[in-house]
Write a protein that binds this ligand. Structure first.
Ligand code: ADP
Ligand code: MG
Length: 243
């Protein structure tokens, strides 16, 4: 059953934790504080929706959690490792092992087939295994479309190729920035069902969304406003971990 987690007694359950994380950008107009002392914890197996108006810092937060960017100050731990302690090479390896990315813009290579696009993700794990790439495409219902180019696939099918690509190496964390932002209702339902399936299988999902229906699928919402984070703490009434 679902039980609240007490992080005082089970700190090992924290898969993402931020402590006073600030990200400032220095531009022509001065300093923009895109994220202002963010402090929260996400536990293993949680599904969290990040919401907030345009410009509130959602992508900044997702890029930091994805180790694609560094905080200006504060501490960010992924799987209890302080990411600031890693070299660039260690961080690349760490990211590939821990995090699968699902973007709103699918970022597929146009001249590679669905299968080759998924195999390209494997390349970053220093091995390519066509059978595993095919299995990932089958998992998202695209086994029969493996040889198709992105231009021969619908938007929904392209997003499913992205999800297959994110599943390579079975990363514990899936980070999605507006995963259904470019999809029609029918494809949104397919992607929502896929994410529910992945969540049941134990993946931690952090998902930016503007869509209240998608946000409602998550167990907890983290709301951003002008770079400030508002959320229920872990162990509060909304937070559970399947075990
Ligand atoms: P959201 O994803 O919620 O729309 P962002 O995280 O993209 O918000 O942006 C938060 C704030 O930081 C905005 O004011 C935006 O203009 C600013 N910002 C984002 N990226 C940069 C950048 N590379 N350089 C300067 N300012 C940026
Ligand atoms: Mg954004």
């Amino acid at each position: 059953m679902d039980n609240p987690i007490d992080l005082e007694t089970r700190p090992d359950c924290a898969v993402i934790s931020l402590n006073g994380v600030t990200r400032e950008y220095v531009g022509h107009g001065g300093v923009v504080r895109a994220l202002d002392h963010a402090a929260f914890t996400i536990v293993a197996g949680e599904w969290v929706a990040i919401t907030g108006p345009s410009g509130s810092g959602k992508s900044t937060l997702v890029n930091l959690i994805g180790c694609l960017d560094h905080p200006t100050s504060g501490e960010l731990k992924i799987d209890n490792v302080d990411v600031a302690t890693m070299s660039a090479t260690e961080l690349d390896r760490f990211r590939a092992d821990k995090i699968g990315f699902i973007f709103q813009q699918f970022h597929l290579i146009p001249y590679l087939s669905a299968l080759e696009n998924v195999m390209l993700a494997q390349y970053f794990h220093s091995m390519t295994d066509e059978a595993e790439a095919r299995a990932a495409l089958e998992r998202v219902g695209l086994g029969k479309r493996a040889e198709h180019l992105p231009s021969e696939l619908s938007g929904g099918e392209q997003q499913r190729v992205c999800i297959a690509r994110a599943l390579i190496n079975n990363p514990p964390i899936l980070l999605a920035d507006e995963p259904t932002g470019n999809l029609d209702a029918a494809n949104q339902t397919i992607v929502a069902e896929l994410l529910q399936d992945l969540h049941r299988n134990g993946h931690t999902i952090v998902m930016v969304t503007h869509d209240p229906e998608m946000a409602a699928l998550a167990q907890r919402k983290i709301a951003l406003s002008h770079g400030k984070v508002f959320c229920h703490p872990v162990g509060g009434p909304m937070v559970t971990l399947r075990r």
